[in-house]
Design a protein around this ligand. Structure first.
Ligand code: FE2
Length: 246
């Protein structure tokens, strides 16, 4: 499996708080069947997480060297989870946003009480700048939970959608779980991420989520959102184009 959303890079945000915890999260993920992980520390000025590319690229290289020394056979990539509070903040910090493995893809989240227009305007400003927005955990936003058309609107505006692995098990409440199941049924998700923050509460383990999706929504779809789409994304293939996501 490929995990495209994690807070495993140590001591930069509210994720892992030590190198030891980070290494253990990677070992746990590898033993659970994940062999590639994108490290996506928060870039969220409003939450006090200021992690521009110029800062985290060096930390990432240092951490990668430690992982190699420890012989953990897991492929790491760098990205960020950008808090998209407004188009102005996005444009102001365009150079600071770490793309997913140097591709045209960026991972972004919103405030949980964001409204529909803010989401769609944000997607538009990202695509106009020739980037592909991946929306982190749409099932967690209140407006997505009550407007069934919104996931299609986001997709039609050019966004791709990433489910958190724990949503289907009710880790973020029953509303998030129910909409995640509906979105899986409609094949609206393109990726899955652990959104791992530590060893206990939000872990790096994804296999039980993969099995659930495989058993209820089919192996083809499970393989697509837990691996194949991410593989293409990391090679900078635009999976929105006809023929690449079929
Ligand atoms: Fe996250």
């Amino acid at each position: 499996m490929i995990d495209i959303h994690s807070h495993i890079l140590p001591m930069v945000d509210d994720g892992s708080q030590s190198v030891e915890d980070s290494l253990m999260m990677l070992i746990n993920a590898y033993e659970d069947g994940t062999d590639e992980i994108v490290l996506t520390p928060h870039l969220a000025y409003e939450y006090g997480f200021e992690n521009p590319y110029s800062y985290i690229k060096n930390l990432f290289e240092d951490f990668q060297n430690i992982v190699k020394q420890e012989h953990i056979p897991i492929q790491l990539y760098l990205g960020t989870e950008f808090l998209m509070s407004s188009p102005d903040v996005f444009l102001e910090h365009l150079e600071d946003i770490t793309h997913m493995n140097h591709t045209q893809y960026i991972l972004m989240e919103f405030f949980f009480d964001v409204d529909d227009k803010t989401i769609l305007d944000a997607i538009d400003v990202v695509t106009v700048n020739n980037l592909i927005p991946i929306i982190a955990h749409p099932e967690r936003y209140e407006t997505v939970q009550v407007s069934s058309h919104l996931p299609w609107d986001m997709i039609n505006h050019g966004a791709l959608l990433q489910m958190n692995k724990g949503s289907i098990f009710g880790k973020y409440g029953s509303m998030a779980r129910d909409i995640a199941l509906e979105m899986l049924e409609a094949h609206q998700y393109h990726f899955v991420g652990s959104d791992a923050h530590g060893l206990q509460r939000r872990t790096s383990l994804m296999y039980d989520s993969y099995c659930f999706v495989r058993d209820y929504y089919g192996q083809d779809y499970a393989d697509k959102i837990f691996k194949e789409n991410a593989k293409k994304m990391l090679k900078d293939v635009d999976i929105r184009k006809r023929g690449t996501n079929e």
